[in-house]
Design a binder for this molecule. Structure first.
Ligand code: FAD
Length: 438
């Protein structure tokens, strides 16, 4: 039931490049509208400044460029129900308990009596990691230190953040891919699983020195490696490729002061590495599948704007996207993963490693890069959770309700990939044009 066209299939996905490009052309307006115009998806709440890098101290990694700065939103521009003062009232039991949702007509079990428009998705949860989470969530949990950011006013683009600090983060992110042949119940991550003591980066680097191969920081797992390990690598490499694509497509020409595509940047970082482009397409397939899988779930989702009409419009807009994806054959088949005898341990290892990747975002020394790094790791983490922990056919209430932060990150990460595929076609056209002139 895959959208398989035998020609040019993206490895490990069941779809061709051409099909994904056609899908992107069709779905892009809908994704663009959601991420540029719908309040629910354009504001993200996170603790951007309050968390130290849990793995090493890097006082020199700070990026002071104007382009690295983030403009924080004024709370008065945010719908009332999302403001800190209101979020304080929303502290409640874990959303993973289906019975905790506020049913129509029932008295609210939460402080402050929030009325029938409030549901699990609006509830602020304490800083607890659900065992099914694939990332450490930037959530409403830290109301005091959290800020709202308009994602429209702070686009992901070239910032000038580079050098040792950026390289250290990428290196540590790729280290997470070094699974043991036999997964242990305790994560064998070089940074150790969430909750474990962090290992200083120096030790991590020393262990990995001999493994740096060719042009990539860490060689991709060989094709005979199990599918799950290859998928993990593809997800991080595809995320890295998408970030590179954005910074090359929205680059600052320091001579003219103008922003625009930088073809040389693209050639150096992406054109010469088809595997990176392939991984970016792979991620687009994964994200499409995860969003499509939420189709039924989102029909009854509460969008918490405090205004019924706005919530209805948001629901219609997201339904247009999920229905649009679902009208095509499936592009990724997650059911073939985590099947063998080690499946439970392997999944736990996979999940712990992805959580570490999300925690590494606190080590990014540039605010703007950290913001988008956090959104995208949360977006992939949410996609992985939906793929591997959600039952598509379950009745409402049987799946864990996604938190606002998760859904916003998921849709914006799909938006990032959609833009990356678009930028890729633009850069390819520029290269073709160059070739014709020569
Ligand atoms: P890097 O991109 O730093 O890559 C380091 C090494 O990784 C390369 O030499 C190569 O060996 C390997 N590699 C590169 N791409 C891939 C891939 N796709 N798959 C596998 N291996 C690969 N800069 C901005 O201008 N804007 C941003 O928004 C931004 N966001 C960032 C977010 C994060 C989380 C991080 C860690 C950095 C971010 N940066 C951003 C910095 C940017 O990603 C680069 O690190 C920086 O531009 C320096 O690039 P580089 O040429 O040294 O290679």
């Amino acid at each position: 039931y895959c959208a398989g066209e035998p020609e040019n299939l993206v490895n490990d996905a069941c779809v061709s490049y051409a099909t994904l490009e056609r899908l992107n052309a069709e779905l892009r307006p809908s994704v663009q509208y959601l991420t540029q115009n719908v309040d629910f998806f354009t504001y993200y709440r996170l603790d951007l400044y309050g968390r130290e890098c849990p793995f090493w101290s890097d006082d020199e990694g700070f990026c002071g460029n104007r382009a690295c700065a983030v403009d924080v939103a004024d709370e008065k521009d945010i719908p009332e129900s999302w403001r800190s003062s209101e979020l304080g009232k929303l502290e409640g039991p874990k959303a993973s308990q289906p019975t905790s949702s506020v049913k129509k007509g029932e008295p609210s079990p939460f402080r402050g009596g929030l009325g029938e428009e409030t549901a699990e998705s609006c509830i602020f949860e304490p800083n607890d990691l659900d065992k099914r989470d694939y990332c450490v969530l930037e959530d409403e949990f830290n109301v005091k230190n959290s800020v709202y950011v308009s994602l429209v006013d702070n686009p992901e683009r070239f910032t000038g953040y580079a050098g040792k600090s950026a390289n250290n983060v990428w290196r540590a992110v790729y280290q997470e891919n070094c699974f043991d042949a036999q997964p242990k119940s305790q994560s064998s991550s070089p940074l150790q699983a969430f909750g474990g003591a962090a290992v200083p980066l120096k030790n991590v680097m020393d262990r990995r020195k001999h493994e740096v191969v060719g042009q990539n920081l860490i060689a991709p797992p060989p094709e005979e490696q199990c599918l799950e390990k290859r998928v993990f690598y593809r997800v991080i490499s595809g995320m890295h490729a998408s970030i590179s694509m954005h910074l090359c497509y929205d680059f600052l020409n320091q001579t003219t002061g103008e922003w625009g595509p930088n073809l040389q940047c693209y050639k150096d970082r992406l054109h010469a590495y088809p595997d990176r482009i392939q991984n970016m397409y792979f991620n687009y397939a994964i994200l499409l599948r995860a969003v499509a899988k939420l189709r039924n779930n989102l029909k009854s989702y509460t969008f918490c704007s405090g205004d019924k009409r706005t919530d209805t419009l948001t629901r219609k807009r997201i339904a247009a996207l999920t229905d649009g994806i679902a009208s095509h054959p499936q592009v990724f088949d997650e059911s073939i993963m985590f099947k063998d005898e080690n499946a439970i341990l392997l999944k736990e290892d996979f999940r712990n490693r992805f959580r570490n990747v999300s925690r590494l975002m606190d080590c990014v020394g540039c605010d703007k890069c950290r913001l988008w790094g956090k959104i995208q790791t949360a977006g992939y983490g949410t996609a992985l959770k939906v793929l591997f922990e959600y039952d598509e056919n379950a009745q409402n209430g049987e799946n864990q309700t996604l938190r606002r932060t998760e859904l916003v990150a998921l849709v914006n990460t799909l938006g990032r990939l959609s833009n990356s595929l678009y930028a890729f076609t633009r850069f390819s056209a520029m290269i073709e044009q160059e070739r014709m002139i020569e």
